[in-house]
Design a protein around this ligand. Sequence first.
Ligand SMILES: Nc1ncnc2c1ncn2[C@@H]1O[C@H](COP(=O)(O)OP(=O)(O)OP(=O)(O)O)[C@@H](O)[C@H]1O
Length: 246
Amino acid sequence: MTAILETRGLDKHFGGLHVTNGIDFALGEGEVHCLIGPNGAGKSTFFRLLIGEYRPERGQVLYRGEDITALKPFERVRRGLSVKFQVPGIFPGLTVAHNLEIALQHHLEGASLGAEIRRLLAFLNLADAAGERAGTLSHGQKQWLEIGMAISLKPRLLLLDEPTAGMSPAETFATGEMVQSLNRDGVAILAIEHDMAFVRQIAQRVTVLHVGRIFAQGTTDEIVANEAVAAIYLGEAEAPRRTADA
Ligand SMILES: Nc1ncnc2c1ncn2[C@@H]1O[C@H](COP(=O)(O)OP(=O)(O)OP(=O)(O)O)[C@@H](O)[C@H]1O
């Protein structure tokens, strides 16, 4: 596997708390990978280390073989690593189309800008909402618009922080279809996710984090069948389940 993103020995402390503990991780070129783990496992902290919001005390982050540990978030985005956060960062007072225009206008203009806005609106299931103010969209639609803004720069790698949080099952499934479509176009995707139906829909591999370390890795089936993984989730509602939807 050729890795698009790698971490080596990634350590992050908050005071006396060792939140990521020597994490060695690799995401393949063109892979869809989900990161799961119980509350407090260190998922968000790991994510922030990947995007450059946090600096590790030890270890490295490599993107396409280049050490990007010291790069700022915007420098990582420029290299092709794009991020969609859990909280939408859209412009609520502007229309949906205008939001996309702002994201696209750095590298497109004129007819190609208009064509790309229309293509993205259709891709995001937002064509009918193009003229509406973004602030009036439903929660799921806002998440889709945010995905649209994150992919406007045609990233090679998209990082998603709980992309389906608060979505209905139908919206979650549609989001999974968007992820699969992006992946068919060659985009690698790493998603922090709790919804195991969504993980089953999109993930080629799953990594389980627990107390700041990689606890298990495998296919969704392997992870769902793993008794030790089930045990670390004991008492938590979002435990991977061996049910029809997972
Ligand atoms: N800025 C911070 N300062 C101090 N402690 C922090 C900070 N951020 C996270 N932590 C602690 O680090 C641990 C891991 O937190 P993190 O948010 O990375 O886990 P998580 O797996 O994303 O959890 P969740 O699923 O609940 O969001 C937790 O014990 C948390 O309280």
